[in-house]
Design a protein around this ligand. Structure first.
Ligand SMILES: [Zn+2]
Length: 199
């Protein structure tokens, strides 16, 4: 017991967050509890607001408080180019870098026999209908250089082959896919500019 049930529960919940073990969770809880007005309450309110309003965009699959999301509904973006990424974190990384002027498709994973992820688990239905609408010139596959990322890219290429669209893949050997957010902008830029036709 660190100070009553509520305090214990706060620490327990914080310790489940990535990067926070029990020790860091205790430190974070102390920081929050010592400044309820400026730290704890604003955080609690932001979390509650996010829980109520944030949804998956039905077009691209990213998380946003509006649906379609702010990217899909932005008419200044190039809706003729879709960058396919594995996770929302990958999308955020590309957005931070401001390297991609087009839109996105978040798959929500890659094909993996190990984790039991099959084609039906990936968010591809809206990608196919967006491409079939004829407005898309290029689909950039920004998936990982892992075996799963490569086989998912091949599988998507096959699915898209019947449609009139150019399919490209980001530069080979770039360690992306669920890990874009740890790359610096230079590496991201190299990956995007080195994209080539998918074979
Ligand atoms: Zn969207």
């Amino acid at each position: 017991m660190m100070g009553g049930g509520d305090v214990d529960r706060l620490i327990q919940l914080l310790s489940r967050l990535p990067g926070l073990g029990p020790r860091s969770a205790r430190r974070a809880a102390l920081v929050l509890l010592r400044a309820p007005e400026t730290r704890l309450l604003p955080l609690a309110q932001a979390m509650q607001a996010a829980a109520h309003s944030v949804r998956s965009c039905h077009v691209c699959g990213t998380l946003d408080s509006s649906d379609p999301c702010s990217i899909c509904s932005d008419q200044t973006r190039d809706h003729g180019v879709i960058c396919v990424v594995e996770t929302v974190g990958d999308l955020w990384a590309l957005e931070r870098s401001r390297l991609h002027p087009g839109t996105y498709q978040v798959l929500g994973g890659v094909l993996s026999a190990l984790s039991g992820t099959g084609p039906e688990d990936l968010n591809t239905a809206s990608l196919m209908s967006r491409v079939a609408s004829g407005e898309v010139r290029e689909v950039i596959l920004a998936l990982g250089a892992t075996v799963e990322g490569a086989s998912t890219a091949h599988w998507l290429q096959d699915k898209l082959a019947a449609l009139d669209v150019t399919v490209t893949r980001v530069g080979h050997g770039v360690p992306i896919g669920g890990a874009l957010d740890v790359l610096d902008d230079g590496t991201l830029a190299a990956a995007l500019s080195a994209r080539r036709p998918a074979q």
